[in-house]
Design a binder for this molecule. Structure first.
Ligand SMILES: Cc1cc2nc3c(=O)[nH]c(=O)nc-3n(C[C@H](O)[C@H](O)[C@H](O)COP(=O)(O)OP(=O)(O)OC[C@H]3O[C@@H](n4cnc5c(N)ncnc54)[C@H](O)[C@@H]3O)c2cc1C
Length: 433
């Protein structure tokens, strides 16, 4: 039994999300005559930028190397949050209360933007205010959460409830944790249906979307840009880069500033409803408090559990990764032992050296990327803000504009140090328990 019996028949190495929200297959279209704006990348960022610009009357072409939405936007866990890698408490220390408030108000704006957009465009994508349960692996985690959340409540009004270990079965079927925190104002979404809804909305607004069109170089000229692609070249007055974890050699300045990490997820076969009601009774999004965190949730459209873990380097052996993730699932939710996996998949996220997302302009090109795993809200919102920049609109600014965009002298775009970074996270996680 080579696979240890954990793989369901018909097991796939593609995202579970693609079952209900498949990648669009389209006949190749010729590239258009000169456009106002060429956007590189058709994920949340590029599509929201395209939608906003097309609605404002600009001629827009979105150039996507794969199928539309095939990057991380149709591969993520669908957590819609209001947090960043920099905690609110640490920002008060480093930037003062006003600086911290400005940044966290922007994360709130990004979160609200997703709800407004989904409603306005009538996108059916299981978006709901599910709440989130953050599980503490130690009393130290529990106290750390309580401190951070109390500061946020005081200054931002964000509600939360601490759930002691003795009461945690209200939230989770797990006995692994030392309690945790429940935050009601957090959301969840079906990411592939969301990105498909954005594709349809951008096309309705008049944007041209060109899949399987990899940008290979961008040349700045006196009157705009010539964008070279795998299917010929295109003239554009302005260019926006929305390539996040897939940023490559076509934009070397950005490539030196983005560190791609692979996220990995599995989905179980269809399970008995009672089993899921025991494992995740409140049907929220869930994660632990590690640097290299484990996250899990129920699928919004079928009785399955989805889990992600071991973010790190790419692997050719996704089945081996699936076995490790299933081991973790069984450890957290022993009731799910003996259940099988139907999907494993991976996708590329973007870390930055300062752990900030970045929006700005360089060499005349605009960019929005580096979401450090918060790209569902931040990517959507930066897409909107990128469009506002290009439209020279009054509300183009964000609290992130002022950040410089650091790189390291030793980094040319190949993250040879990624395993070391993961080992450091793991070590810190063990120490932090
Ligand atoms: C497993 C996993 C779980 C995640 N979970 C969450 C979560 O729960 N919540 C959350 O907020 N975030 C999560 N993220 C992160 C989130 O998915 C991303 O931050 C977000 O999708 C970024 O959107 P984007 O449009 O900027 O980039 P993407 O959707 O990655 O799109 C970038 C596109 O650019 C294209 N591209 C790159 N180079 C070129 C080129 N030269 N020419 C043409 N096209 C090019 C790529 O093909 C790609 O399709 C997760 C990511 C992964 C991988």
């Amino acid at each position: 039994m080579a696979d240890g019996g954990i793989f369901a028949s018909g097991f796939k190495e593609t995202p579970y999300w693609w079952e209900a929200g498949p990648r669009p297959e389209r006949p190749p279209q010729p590239l258009p005559p000169p456009v106002d704006v060429a956007i590189v990348g058709a994920g949340f960022t590029g599509l929201v930028a395209a939608l906003t610009l097309a609605r404002a009357g600009r001629r827009v072409a979105v150039l996507e190397a794969q199928r539309l939405g095939e990057g991380a936007s149709s591969r993520n866990a669908g957590y819609v949050g209001r947090t960043l890698k920099h905690s609110f408490g640490s920002l008060i220390d480093s930037r003062g209360l006003e600086g911290a408030l400005a940044i966290y108000r922007d994360t709130r704006a990004a979160y609200d933007f997703v709800y407004e957009l989904v409603e306005r465009e009538a996108i059916s994508c299981h978006l709901r205010r599910s709440g989130r349960f953050m599980a503490a692996l130690s009393p130290r985690h529990y106290d750390g959460m309580a401190r951070e959340l109390a500061i946020k409540q005081r200054h931002l009004g964000d509600e939360f409830a601490m759930v002691p270990r003795a009461e945690q079965h209200r939230e989770t079927g797990s006995d692994l944790f030392q309690g945790g925190a429940m935050i009601p104002e957090m959301g969840s979404i079906h990411p592939a249906l969301y990105v498909n809804g954005l594709i349809a909305a951008a096309e309705r607004a008049g944007a041209g979307l060109y899949d399987r069109t990899a940008v290979t170089g961008i040349l700045r000229e006196t009157d705009g840009f010539t964008v070279a692609t795998s299917r010929g070249s295109l003239k554009a007055r302005e260019v926006a880069i929305a390539t996040n974890g897939y940023t490559g050699s076509a934009t070397p300045w950005l490539q030196r500033r983005i560190v791609p990490f692979n996220g990995f997820m599995v989905a179980t076969e269809i399970l008995p409803r009672e089993l899921l009601d025991r494992a995740a009774p409140t049907n929220r999004t869930y994660h632990d408090w590690n640097n290299n965190l484990t996250y899990w949730r129920r699928a919004p459209d079928q009785e399955r559990l989805l889990l992600g873990w071991r973010t790190g380097s790419p692997t050719r052996d996704l089945k081996a990764k699936a076995r490790r993730l299933k081991g973790r699932m069984d450890q957290i939710l022993p009731d799910l032992k003996g259940t099988k996996l139907a999907h494993v998949w991976t996708g590329q996220c973007a870390a930055t050296f300062d752990l900030w997302p970045h929006i700005g302009s360089q060499d005349g090109m605009h960019y929005g990327l580096g979401y450090c795993f918060a790209g569902v809200p931040m990517g959507s919102w930066f897409g909107y803000k990128l469009a506002q920049r290009i439209l020279r609109a009054n509300d183009a600014r964000t609290a992130f504009d002022a950040e410089g965009f650091p790189t390291k002298f030793y980094y040319r775009g190949w993250p040879w140090f990624r395993p070391l970074a993961v080992a450091k996270f793991d070590w810190e996680d063990r120490r932090g328990l």
